[in-house]
Design a protein around this ligand. Structure first.
Ligand SMILES: [Fe+2]
Length: 586
């Protein structure tokens, strides 16, 4: 039985396909459309998922979408009656909902096929909880979702047990930690959808001297709850311009003039970063963590469980996630590869599947655990060989040599030597990663030991803000020797302190506060990448490489064509495409 899961008309539109309770394929639409965070109906991702499964729309018996127009209706009506927001705000939301009601019709129109299956509208936060717990290795755990908004709520929690999720309570519109973080990200002059990670990267350069002001904006309350002081925000009373249709999502200004009275003038995106902005970034992050741990500690006390499955856009805050072990009683944390809205496609599909399975065979507990992110498209060496043939002229013009190295250990040794030699290596292998992080399949790799590696990467390819850190991929067994915590982080969703005595050995992946956003690489789930890092360790004594996503101001590359073009237009030194090794003359 096939369940198609969809995240549509939110940022990071995505699709996945679940067959008999097991994930078969999952991908974000942005990778196909080549537009970051693409929002709309994910028709290309759906088409690819069906193709990967060898199925057509006629084979799909259930479609699950992470949105339920009927959810929280009384809350919405109550809000309108009490606060009388500008009519456009509500009309806009109704219009948006109407578009989502016709999922079956849209699917048929986009695919050009009949759909006779059933549509499951799964409430947004229930889908988030499902996207965390239902694909986690846990039998019994607390599940928590924290985001901007979805279905009129911004946070939810409950428990998962024996393959079923129980949602207990929520934080409703207009209160939202995601909106708090997003509004202040705009305030600091980072206007794009998804820019919050820049504030997170900037935070360690400052001091939390604005924390008292932040506590004016966010109030923590009883039972782990939180509220916003709405005087600082526009979204509850005015129409904030959101665009979720067929393109890069955009969000209008979320904060009011009163925010400037509290914090001083907002930063213009073109203005230089001052210490005041760094201090503000640190204070924003500190406030987020305060409210987040306030919630998690209340839930740990309430449920008396020490396992936590986490999702929602805020679950992308890897700095806060990395502190959970020290700030709360939780002893095991699971955050899946696409913790944000894209992951809602997986959550909706597994919620639908768990209901279908329970109806068919009550008490059945067959579980699926997502322990790797390899759910996207893959390409054979033959297909890559044809591409190289087609680009022969371009390769010659660049003076590049392309060789096929079918022996994997030899390819790994050669690539490791190039990395150790200070080269910037594009590493394209196997299935594209599900979720925003490159995890060794669509990655650009460098030497973590070189203090100048960050500048080299930024000058050759990335051209990103100098304050943003690069991340290490480390062999799982080596984590304890290099980091102060020793846990699995397969999806780069937690930042841990690096052991002080090791920091100077790996300056390129050590952030200014001595931390690293690590990816733990496991032999069982990523054998080739494990072998490559092992080869690098054999040469250097360092069991990790610097890993950044394979792209240049665009979505992470999906097809070998995009990887090749990125290599050709930047100053990348080496490109490894499957078994093909291409090097540029130095
Ligand atoms: Fe969400």
């Amino acid at each position: 039985m096939i369940v198609l899961g969809i995240n549509a008309y939110h940022g990071d539109a995505a699709a996945c396909l679940v067959r008999d309770g097991r994930l078969v394929a999952a991908a974000e639409e942005e990778r196909f459309r080549r537009l970051k965070h693409w929002a709309g109906f994910p028709s290309q991702a759906i088409r690819w998922c069906l193709e990967e499964a060898g199925a057509t729309l006629a084979d799909v018996s259930h479609v699950a979408v992470n949105q339920d127009a009927k959810a929280n209706l009384w809350r919405k009506l109550g809000f309108v009656a009490r606060r009388r927001p500008e009519l456009g705000l509500i009309l806009d939301r109704v219009r948006n909902k109407r578009e989502r009601m016709g999922i079956a019709e849209t699917l048929e129109a986009e695919m050009g096929e009949r759909f006779t299956g059933e549509v499951h509208a799964v409430e947004h936060h229930l889908a988030h909880l499902g996207s965390a717990y239902l694909v986690s290795p846990f039998d019994h755990a607390v599940a928590v979702s924290v985001d901007g908004f979805g279905d009129f709520a911004s946070a939810a929690w409950g428990t998962g047990r024996a393959g079923h999720v129980e949602l207990d309570d929520k934080v409703y519109f207009p209160h939202s930690l995601g909106i708090f973080y997003q509004a202040l990200t705009q305030f600091l002059g980072f206007p794009h959808y998804g820019d919050e990670y820049k504030v997170m990267g900037l935070a360690p350069y400052g001091q939390p001297i604005y924390l008292e002001q932040m506590r004016e904006i966010v109030k923590t309350g009883p039972d782990g709850r939180f509220e916003l002081d709405l005087a600082y925000f526009r979204h509850a009373t005015e129409k904030v311009e959101y665009e979720w249709e067929s393109g890069e999502p955009t969000v209008g200004t979320l904060f009011t003039a009163q925010m400037e009275q509290l914090l001083g003038p907002r930063r213009d995106p073109a203005a230089l970063l001052e210490q005041r902005h760094r201090d503000m970034a640190r204070s924003i992050q500190a406030m987020y963590e305060e409210a987040f741990f306030h919630l998690l500690n209340a839930l740990a006390k309430r449920y008396r469980l020490d396992r936590l499955a986490l999702a929602g856009g805020c679950a992308m805050n890897s700095v806060a996630n990395g502190k959970i072990y020290r700030q709360t009683p939780f002893r095991e944390v699971y955050v899946q590869a696409a913790a944000g809205d894209a992951g809602g496609a997986v959550g909706a599909a597994f919620i639908a599947w768990s209901r279908i399975a329970a109806a068919k065979a009550p008490g059945a507990t067959s579980r699926f655990a997502m322990d790797h992110a390899d759910w996207g498209p893959a390409f054979t060496d033959e297909a890559i060989g044809r591409l190289i043939e087609a680009r022969r002229g371009q390769l010659e013009a660049l003076g590049c040599v392309a060789e096929h190295v079918p022996d994997a250990p030899a390819l790994c040794r050669r690539t490791a030597a190039a990395i150790a030699d200070g080269k910037v290596v594009g590493w394209f292998q196997g299935r594209m990663e599900w979720g925003p992080r490159a995890l060794g399949n669509r990655s650009i790799l460098g030497d973590p030991r070189r203090a100048d590696m960050k500048d080299i990467l930024n000058s050759k390819i990335k051209r990103r803000e100098s304050f943003r850190p690069f991340a290490p991929s480390i062999l799982r067994e080596a984590v304890g020797a290099w980091f102060e915590l020793d846990h699995d982080v397969p999806f780069m969703m937690q930042v841990f302190p690096i052991r002080p005595e090791q920091r100077a050995r790996i300056p390129a992946v050590t952030h200014v506060d001595g931390t690293g956003r690590l990816q733990t690489v496991h032999r069982e789930t990523n054998p080739l990448y494990y072998e490559l890092i092992g080869a690098f360790e054999a040469l250097t004594g360092v069991p990790m490489v610097l890993n950044t996503s394979f792209n240049e101001n665009e979505p992470v590359v999906c097809r070998p064509e995009e990887a090749f073009d990125c290599f050709a237009r930047t100053r990348m030194d080496v490109l490894v495409l499957g078994g093909w090794h291409i090097s540029r003359p130095s």
